[in-house]
Ligand binder design. Structure first.
Ligand SMILES: Nc1ncnc2c1ncn2[C@@H]1O[C@H](COP(=O)(O)OP(=O)(O)O)[C@@H](O)[C@H]1O
Ligand SMILES: [Mg+2]
Length: 273
């Protein structure tokens, strides 16, 4: 008996809202609890678009296919309902919120997940935040910094990981592409993800990255290659190693079979079950 997937994406197509041109052209992906999946692919292949569609970004419109998350029809949920259901999206370019401390930002995020009429106990929240920061070996003073205001790459990532630690998502979608991760930021992400998964081995991760080196620090169970809005290859960590050696040129101009699932993605499914 295989465990029920936490996320099942079937034939997902999507375009930019108000435009004709499709970006995602039939994406299939199944993630089970506790699995780490990496999506790699050349610039412009649709990786960030996939992350944004999963998060419910208003600028993108799903046009076909289905996404099931923990029994919910994900595409029918508003962005805040998705977050409440347990999806976390780490933005590729997190916004600056000068004047708002990390602690206040997180408090609002936690409050917004409560049922209507429920009040967040500020003392309980403060204790919980301190406990979460200690778990991640973070200096408590960091919570008083303003969100992303003048943050280094590593500090932005620290903020992102802290949000995950506080919100405890079932699935974290992390789009790290092009974010210019220096080695410090990379280690923050990797240590954070690894600690959170040690704490809750059922947490699933969808890690989107252009570069193989992040996968030296976070070991994925499955690696998928996205080209032109489709997953053209799926396999284990060896897929990432092959990419490092060969680059994306093997995939250039490659169009997968029209049913959207390559033979290798089928073998992934049998491995997963
Ligand atoms: N808001 C948008 N308006 C117009 N084109 C877009 C928009 N978002 C993405 N695209 C186009 O869709 C393609 C995929 O983009 P993206 O998902 O950001 O790729 P990746 O993250 O793999 O680099 C690119 O050709 C990009 O120019
Ligand atoms: Mg991107």
């Amino acid at each position: 008996m295989s465990v029920a997937p936490i996320l099942k994406i079937e034939g997902l197509q999507a375009k930019v809202a108000e435009e004709e041109l499709g970006i995602l052209k039939g994406v299939d992906l199944t993630i089970r609890p506790g699995e780490i999946h990496a999506i790699m692919g050349p610039n412009g292949s649709g990786k960030s678009t996939l992350a944004k569609v999963l998060a419910g970004h208003p600028g993108y419109e799903p046009t076909a296919g289905k996404v099931t998350f923990d029994g919910h029809d994900l595409l029918e949920l508003e962005a805040d309902e998705r977050s409440r259901a347990g999806v976390f999206l780490a933005f590729q370019y997190p916004v600056d919120i000068p004047g708002v401390s990390i602690a206040n930002f997180l408090r609002t995020a936690v409050q917004s997940r409560l049922e209507e009429g429920q009040e967040l106990d500020i003392f309980e929240f403060t204790d919980m935040l301190a406990e979460r920061m200690q778990m991640l070996d973070m200096d408590l003073a960091f919570a008083e910094r303003h969100v992303n205001d003048g943050f280094s790459g590593g500090e932005k990532k620290r903020n992102e990981i802290l949000q995950m630690a506080v919100l405890k998502p079932k699935l974290a979608v992390m789009d790290e592409t092009d974010s210019g991760l220096d080695i410090d930021a990379l280690k923050v992400v990797a240590n954070g993800v690894n600690k959170l998964q040690d704490e809750d081995p059922s947490m699933s991760i969808l890690l989107i990255t252009h570069y193989q080196r992040l996968l030296d620090y976070i070991k994925p169970d499955f690696v998928h290659v996205m080209v032109s809005g489709r997953i053209v290859r799926s396999g284990g960590p060896e897929v990432a190693l092959a990419l490092e050696a060969e680059g994306y040129k093997t995939y250039e101009g490659q169009e997968p079979s029209t049913n959207g699932s390559s033979p290798s993605s089928k073998s992934t499914k049998s491995k997963q079950s």
